[in-house]
Ligand binder design. Structure first.
Ligand code: NAP
Length: 300
């Protein structure tokens, strides 16, 4: 039996691994993706992680992983299907049928991109509709793209794409961005980004691939010709397997404070999956440390 099983190998999970190792706990990290480093890998540039300004997200994720590996972290590849309370902890059930046992679980499974749920989105997914500018941007060199959203991701994506595409429309449903000021300043300086405020996307159109998007602005329908639509409207926490055992908020985040303690005994939530004000790589790293501190106090 492990002392702790950490679910997820993103920043929060790997940070938990570092702290669990230093606490001399018997632990392992269960990861869905072999050699994964979580969402950070899909970020072009990280300017706000202390000490590593300007680093690309992939390299930062690799550094996190190297750090955990250097301390002898055991990684188990597999997707968690569910959890069962046992007499002295938790049974962690994987979708391949394997079951692992631990006194405590640190759940750090991250999030996935939210969809728009509009007509044409599913149909053209992979045919012009993308949720990852870094992965798919190169296909739109010298073309026109639309980015949907007003948060950090949308503005980062628009900036990244503005270096590849000829023209970028940034479509946001309100008249103010929620992204940080420094990104907003960069956006306003980019000559080929056109901001369209107060506009809601309603349909993605095309034949073999995307050729336009229908938006509603000031109660009027407009069609924007485009080769690609990058959806950056937020994330959904990966908490499906947890909903029967711990309390979630109305958006599906596991209710837990800075100590990462959830409503389930010896079950801790770290990183983007938990309720918090600021979802950043630095707060995910802090969660990993706090979760191990809470877990080690409760199992000893
Ligand atoms: P987010 O901050 O939740 O922003 C989502 C954006 O999409 C909002 O502007 C929202 O509009 C819009 N939106 C949501 N649903 C929509 C819909 N159905 N149709 C049209 N627009 C819709 O998500 P995010 O940008 O992915 O960021 C997630 C978290 O990661 C945040 O905490 C962010 O700070 C963090 N992050 C940080 C960095 C960084 O520090 N470098 C980079 C990326 C992400 P409203 O504004 O009207 O709600």
């Amino acid at each position: 039996m492990y002392d702790i099983l950490i679910i997820g190998s993103g920043c929060a999970g790997l940070s938990a691994a570092v702290y669990a190792s230093r606490a001399r706990l018997n632990f392992a990290v269960i990861e869905k993706e072999y050699m994964g480093t979580g969402q950070i890998a899909f970020t072009e540039k990280v300017d706000n992680y202390l000490g590593y300004y300007g680093i690309d997200g992939f390299s930062l994720g690799e550094k996190f992983r190297e750090h955990a590996e250097s301390l002898g972290t055991e990684f188990i590849e597999g997707e968690v299907a569910g959890f069962e309370k046992s007499e002295n902890g938790w049974n962690v059930i994987l979708s391949d049928g394997n079951v692992f046992h631990a006194k405590a679980v640190i759940y750090a499974a991250g999030s996935h991109p939210k969809t728009l749920d509009i007509s044409g989105e599913k149909e053209f997914s992979g045919k012009g509709v993308s949720y990852c500018a870094l992965c798919d941007g190169a296909f739109f060199s010298e073309k026109t793209v639309v980015v949907i959203g007003g948060g950090d991701t949308a503005l980062e994506d628009a900036l990244y794409l503005s270096n590849l595409a000829e023209k970028v429309y940034l479509v946001h449903r309100r008249d103010k961005f929620r992204a940080n000021r420094s990104l907003q300043e960069k956006i306003s300086e980019a000559p080929n980004i056109r901001i369209i405020f107060n506009a809601v996307p309603v349909e993605i159109l095309g034949s073999d691939s995307v050729n336009s998007i229908k938006i509603i602005q000031d109660n009027k329908e407009k069609i924007l010709s485009t080769d690609g639509v990058f959806v950056a409207v937020g994330t959904v926490p990966n908490t499906e397997s947890v909903k029967k055992i711990a309390d979630l908020d109305s958006s599906g985040y596991i209710i837990a404070g800075e100590n990462c303690i959830t409503s389930a005994e010896n079950f801790f939530a770290a990183g983007d999956v938990r309720t918090k004000n600021l979802r950043q790589v630095i707060t995910a790293a802090a969660d990993g440390a706090n979760a191990v501190m809470s877990a080690s106090c409760s199992i000893r």
